[in-house]
Design a protein around this ligand. Sequence first.
Ligand SMILES: Nc1ncnc2c1ncn2[C@@H]1O[C@H](COP(=O)(O)OP(=O)(O)O)[C@@H](O)[C@H]1O
Ligand SMILES: [Mg+2]
Length: 259
Amino acid sequence: MTVTIAMAGKGGTGKTSIAGLIIRYLVKHGGAPVLAVDADPAANLGLGLGLDIERTIGSVLAGFNENKITIPSGMSKDAYLNIKFSEAIVESRGVDLITMGRGEGAGCYCFPNNVLKDFIDKLTPNYQYMVMDNEAGLEHLSRGTTGNVDELIIVSNHSIKGVRTIATVMQLVQELDLNIKRKWVVINQAPAEIDPLVEAEMDRLGISPTVVVPTDELIMEYDLHQHSLLEMPDDSAAVRAIDRLMQNLRLHKLNEVKT
Ligand SMILES: Nc1ncnc2c1ncn2[C@@H]1O[C@H](COP(=O)(O)OP(=O)(O)O)[C@@H](O)[C@H]1O
Ligand SMILES: [Mg+2]
């Protein structure tokens, strides 16, 4: 069974960076092949993984709905869409990436969305892990495009607003009745010591972070130079924190690392 790991949290808190480092961990510790799904319309997981994106699921759907495509004669719409969706997969060592891209525009997308759901359902079992980078509102999860989630990683920065968003996400998960097995909280871009005010707010909301990821200049540097997060060194502070997170998850079949 493929283990699904999904990211949630406010924009700018570090979801994409942490998704990248989680994928790095999986690939390094026997979790390949990994399917990375960029379900954030801002679509930048590809950039984080150093992969070029030419086509997104959104662009395929838009082309289909605006009748900008010519389906070869003798081919069903289904078969054609499946080919186009698979062209949106970028393959690289240990990880394949599929980018959902921006919204779907006007019109009824019921037919292509159903084909997409089947496509993802058939694709996923080929991978040990699926890591989904989500938009803040969990729309993809609530629409059920990507099914059940085993591990939800809720990311916040070191701020009162961020911490409150964790509580909002937890509530949303309940209200939407999402099928999520376990939830984990990551406080990202934290100073050396958590501020007592942030600590107090977490206590008040009953939130305890699984790990705290420090501000790591290497993450900024990798972003500036467009290096892949998969190439981050083992001794980076952020990498070490994500190693601890992943060990906490105790996912089966992965090799343990010493920290
Ligand atoms: N631990 C960290 N230390 C330093 N910079 C970080 C860290 N985590 C994220 N960043 C930087 O913060 C910005 C936002 O991160 P990103 O992962 O894109 O957030 P999100 O996906 O939640 O919008 C990026 O420029 C990223 O390089
Ligand atoms: Mg992002």
